[in-house]
Design a protein. Structure first.
Length: 234
């Protein structure tokens, strides 16, 4: 895949599956390369599309102009992003040595969150990245660092994605927030002041799925912090 050979992802994932301790050491030396590969593989839009209201996010036009070479290269990039994100999740999950320092967090969190609007591959590829990789990886990063001073910039980056022009990206970002807030429990309180203005905007979203999900997040926050505390801020 040019700059980033997808075998890199296979090698890192293999080490992560075989030996978590050695994996942390190996991944440390490859961290900058992993970030560069994520940026290299980002695609702003899959095909031209028009967003619509209702249950569907958008109507896609066929992309018949894509050559066999383009498809092959994209398949390689899809695999590469998959294995890098999977490896990062394993890194965060098994980091008992303080590998993710503030410096490394600052390098990583923006690049990972940027994948929320990476339209690389097919619709199915995107959905897999969100549900199986990005939601658990971003959440695990927050749990790994365990400090509200670092939760805030991570939360901020995801909140910014809820203002995307794409309803699909807004919805995916809310899925991340829903899982993150669920796992943080009452500690989500430190994130509420910045989160509430974004949530308020989305409660009247033009997309039904986005609006429904944001209302579920409000209910979640009410369960964790109390209905009066949340409603007074909305």
């Amino acid at each position: 895949v040019g700059l980033c050979d997808h075998s890199f992802g296979f090698q890192i994932a293999f080490v992560s599956d075989e030996n978590h301790g050695n994996f942390i050491l190996v991944f440390g030396s490859a961290l900058d390369h992993a970030i560069a590969c994520l940026e290299y593989c980002k695609v702003e839009k899959r095909t031209s599309r028009s967003e619509i209201k209702g249950d569907s996010f958008f109507e896609e036009e066929s992309n018949s102009s894509e050559s066999g070479e383009d498809i092959s290269e994209n398949d390689g990039k899809v695999k590469l992003v998959k294995y890098i994100l999977s490896s990062l999740r394993q890194c965060f999950l098994h980091d008992n040595e303080g590998f993710i320092t503030k410096e490394r967090f600052d390098k990583l969190h923006v690049s990972i969150v940027e994948q929320l609007d990476n339209m690389l591959g097919t619709e199915e590829d995107y959905e897999y990245r969100i549900s199986q990789l990005l939601v658990p990886t971003i959440t695990q990063l927050a749990l790994c660092v365990g400090k509200d001073v670092l939760w805030k910039p991570l939360n901020h980056q995801v909140l910014l994605k809820t203002r995307s022009e794409s309803a699909q990206v807004r919805y995916s970002s809310l899925r991340v927030l829903q899982e993150l807030y669920t796992r943080l429990g009452e500690e989500v309180l430190v994130l509420v002041p910045e989160t509430v203005p974004f949530i308020s905007e989305l409660m009247e979203d033009s997309n039904n799925k986005v609006e429904e999900l944001v209302r579920n997040i409000v209910k979640l926050m009410e369960q964790q912090l109390g209905e009066d505390a949340v409603s007074s801020l909305l």
